[in-house]
Design a protein around this ligand. Structure first.
Ligand code: ZN
Length: 58
């Protein structure tokens, strides 16, 4: 089973861990999506502080 830690691309702060289940669905097994901000166009995760600094509305 594939596990992936998601960290802020700016400061490296840990946000959450994603894991694929048997049906290949991605679910969050640690942390929370609410810890960070996801830019779906760039496919990048930021922590909330860095997202604000980058000018995103969080
Ligand atoms: Zn950050």
């Amino acid at each position: 089973m594939q596990k992936q830690d998601i960290c802020c691309i700016k400061c490296g702060k840990f946000l959450l861990t994603e894991q694929k289940d048997d049906q290949n669905r991605i679910r969050c097994v640690a942390g929370s999506y609410e810890n960070g901000f996801y830019d779906e166009f760039q496919d990048e995760f930021f922590c909330l502080e860095c997202a604000k600094k980058e000018g995103y509305e969080v």
